[in-house]
Design a binder for this molecule. Sequence first.
Ligand code: GLP
Length: 541
Amino acid sequence: MRVIVCNDYDEMSRKAAKLVASQIVLKPDCVLGLATGSTPIGLYDNLAQMNKRGEIDFSEVTTFNLDEYYPISPDNEQSYRYFMEHHLFNRVNINKNRTHIPDGTTKDPESECAKYERMIEESGGIDLQILGIGQNGHIGFNEPDNNLNTVTHLTNLTENTIEANSRFFEKKSDVPTRALTMGISSILKSRKIILLASGRTKHKVVRELLNDGINTSVPATMLKVHPDVVLICDKEAYSDMYLGVDIGGTSVKFGVIDGFNNIVFKDSIPTHKDMPAKGIVDNIAAQCLKIAQRFPISSIGVGTPGIIDFDTKTVSATNLPFDKAPVALWLKEATGLNVYINNDANCAALGEAVAGEGAGENDIFMITLGTGIGGGIIIDKKIYTGKHGDAGEIGHMCIETDGLPCACGNRGCWEKYASVSALIAQTEAAAEANKDSILANVIKDDCVVDGKTVFKAMNMGCPVAQKVFDKYIDYLAIGVRNIINIFRPGLVVISGGISEAGDRLLKPLIQKVGSDTPIKISRLQNDAGIIGAATLGKNAK
Ligand code: GLP
């Protein structure tokens, strides 16, 4: 089976339409097998437009539809005859006498089915069959069963199909419980088959189709014996989905990513860090379960502050009540999904490496400037954690002997000089020492000092602020140079709130560092953590 993965429904519909159009151009009197359901509507729209533009001519085309509800009259809006008239036949120059759909009003379904089968044969057989796929793997109305019918027949619909198709009816009890449908071999006799699948409700069945063998409980797997089937699907139907969880001091962010690193859903809840560890994790688990009900999640990846003991899989963090907390285990027990965990800065680095600025690099080093300085080391697109799980604590590399004391017990740590907290302290000290400066006045007016204050005062031409900033860049550059000298990565990425300053931070930093190793601002910013966390699960496959 050939697989074409499209970005979205529209692209899928366009590609399918091109294939159908080529069939009509190559053989103007071809026999098309047609399907109903919401999936081929876009294909029919495209064909109608192509016909209108004069690109394809339906005048000699013959069609056979896969199926029809039973009993149902053709003027019932839910009948497949009505559907086809509305979506295709009334919009193109087709000869209606050449369009065939099983007769939902027949009193004798058995002979109607035999007649239908005969007519397909007499037409010379189907050149190109369009198929959708039911969530339970049905094609046409060939439902999962121990025995599949080969030819056109009357069938009972399964509860799953009645439920899925009830969206087109006023109420579920209005959905007919039976249908007339081409059989599996009627379908397999077609010379060529296009199978369409779109949206995440089809993801599970597409996985079964592509991964598992041939099985009557997923009737679409029968298509694997056919030599010329092309599955055209969109990313949502094709791709596995992974949940990324980024635990922070104030909020926990959640993101669902597909196999192509697109975020398809985002959400967040408050962390409530005053609660015990188990309570925090229970809240996270409840949210994960909610999300897993909406998306076909394969695994959960978690980025958390603190240090992970990879032997015991426990987390200890200073700014959360995690003291050897078995976060991954708790989440696995509550959700039943595999859970992977790593440090949040590492996850952000991984996210940036797979889907951000580092997408073209194997080795990157990410520096997060915030209250402290975090580091994430990516080697060969994988997180380097070191033997004890805590590699990359670059905020605590010493840049000044006998320098400022740090909470870690040492002195002169880089984060005491180059974090945003350090910049704020430097800004405050300079304003205090230069009470008449523009900087001091900006602080007086704003009643607050933050990472933006120095930039604001510089904009107003303040030499004191400029001096603070230049010194800050000196400090930042020392650390970045050290990192480059040790790791020589393909790229250094700077993230954290201050990176919003963009080129005003980056340009002087690059100049001061004076290296040919590229330094860039994080492209993903706050999303890097959830993408990286989700990638933990994706990479573990
Ligand atoms: C119906 C049709 C099938 C179709 C399926 C999926 O049951 N008999 O031919 O493939 O629904 O429909 P949808 O494309 O709306 O998901």
